[in-house]
Design a protein around this ligand. Structure first.
Ligand code: F6R
Length: 360
């Protein structure tokens, strides 16, 4: 029931703080000992490499997960597009461990990989899904639930943030079990609380983002999101959100890569939305902003408070750089929502798309 909300998507964006709290309650009752199950932990401890498999938004959550597992648990990790990996000839490590990210638990491309994991590679697997007893839930060795509540809008929002939060829970648990200092020092419980508060502040201020969408995205033909590192991963997700419901041709780019060709597409007034949340790279992305500005781009900046400069259009609270995708994606979700409304589309039911893609 969407209650007073005009669309499920807006309701689901607004639910994200509550989803993070539910994940805390479910998995972090004892913050020092995330509750993910001793068998799962023991299996993951054997892994010399983690392979995270997903499609679309779930793949984008997997990219962020790669950072989490490498930094908190010190396990080399790859994020993989399911439909590609299903037919690849990978050189797997000696002891691979597979994580499947899937909101619906029914995505055929992801299931195709799980079948190979079981029948060909005989490796252990974990499905992280929103739907208990879904196909990928039943068929994996281990399973964890996202606890996001039903996601009805075709464009995925709260499942993305829930996937990142649950990945962080697992990465922290694994890092603790392996006595990794980074994991011990990482106060996940506190960071998730900060993230929930930050998202609440952003959604409470959504009129501001509605105005930005009105001013910048109402008529444009195309748009770009740019960033580096995890900001790039969020740029990919932000662009996917925008294109799937507003039909604006939107792309996410690594900011430094833009000048190697794609910058040719920048015209007078082309919107370029930059993500600036990583200390190491924000300055470099600002240089790339100047490059596109001098070609006429209309630049919007989403910056974390500690890195913001006067004039930055959207400033978000600063939390751990590892988890900031939880909040930097939210203005992008809202921009996509309002761009779709501006253009008069059915936000929840974009053309050509189904909620759950059960064909390869
Ligand atoms: C985008 C979106 C899709 C799904 C993808 C995978 O907003 O919803 O890209 O993320 O089809 O679906 P699941 O997560 O159910 O496997």
């Amino acid at each position: 029931d969407r209650g007073a909300y005009p669309y499920y998507m807006l309701k689901e964006i607004d639910e994200q703080p509550a989803v993070l709290h539910r994940i805390q309650e479910t998995y972090l009752e004892n913050p020092a000992q995330p509750a993910i199950g001793a068998d799962l932990l023991a299996a993951m401890k054997q892994a010399d490499q983690i392979y995270i498999v997903g499609a679309g938004t779930s793949y984008h959550a997997g990219l962020v997960g790669k950072e989490l597992f490498e930094r908190l648990a010190q396990v080399p990790t790859q994020a993989l597009v399911a439909s590609e990996f299903a037919y690849a000839d990978p050189m797997l490590s000696q002891h691979p461990f597979f994580i499947f990210l899937t909101q619906s638990g029914e995505t055929a491309d992801s299931r195709q990989v799980l079948v190979r994991v079981k029948e060909e590679w005989h490796a252990p697997s974990l499905t992280i899904t929103n739907v208990e007893n879904s196909t990928l839930y039943r068929e994996a060795t281990y399973q964890l639930l996202l606890k996001a509540g039903p996601e009805i809008a075709v464009a995925s929002t709260k499942a993305y943030t829930a996937q990142i939060a649950v990945e962080a829970v697992v990465a922290k648990a694994l890092g603790m079990a392996k006595q990794i200092a980074n994991a011990k020092q990482f106060d996940l419980q506190h960071q998730l609380s900060l993230a929930a508060n930050a998202i609440q502040a952003i959604v409470d201020d959504k009129e501001e983002i509605k105005q930005i969408a009105h001013d910048n995205l109402a008529t444009t033909r195309n748009a770009f999101y740019i960033g580096r590192g995890v900001d790039y991963f969020v740029a990919l997700e932000a662009a996917l959100k925008l294109k799937e419901i507003s039909y604006i041709q939107a792309e996410g780019f690594a900011s430094g890569e833009l000048k190697h060709g794609t910058i040719a597409l920048i015209e007078d007034q082309t919107p370029v939305i930059a993500l600036l949340t990583q200390k190491k790279t924000a300055g470099h992305t600002r240089s790339n902003i100047q490059e596109v500005q001098s070609r006429g781009a209309r630049v919007l900046r989403i910056a974390s408070q500690n890195l913001a400069k006067p004039g930055d259009e959207i400033v978000i609270p600063a939390i751990s750089e590892l988890l900031i995708p939880l909040i930097s994606v939210v203005p992008a979700q809202l921009l996509a929502y309002y761009a779709s409304l501006e253009r008069g589309y059915n936000v929840d039911q974009p053309r050509n798309l189904a909620k759950s893609v059960t064909v390869e």
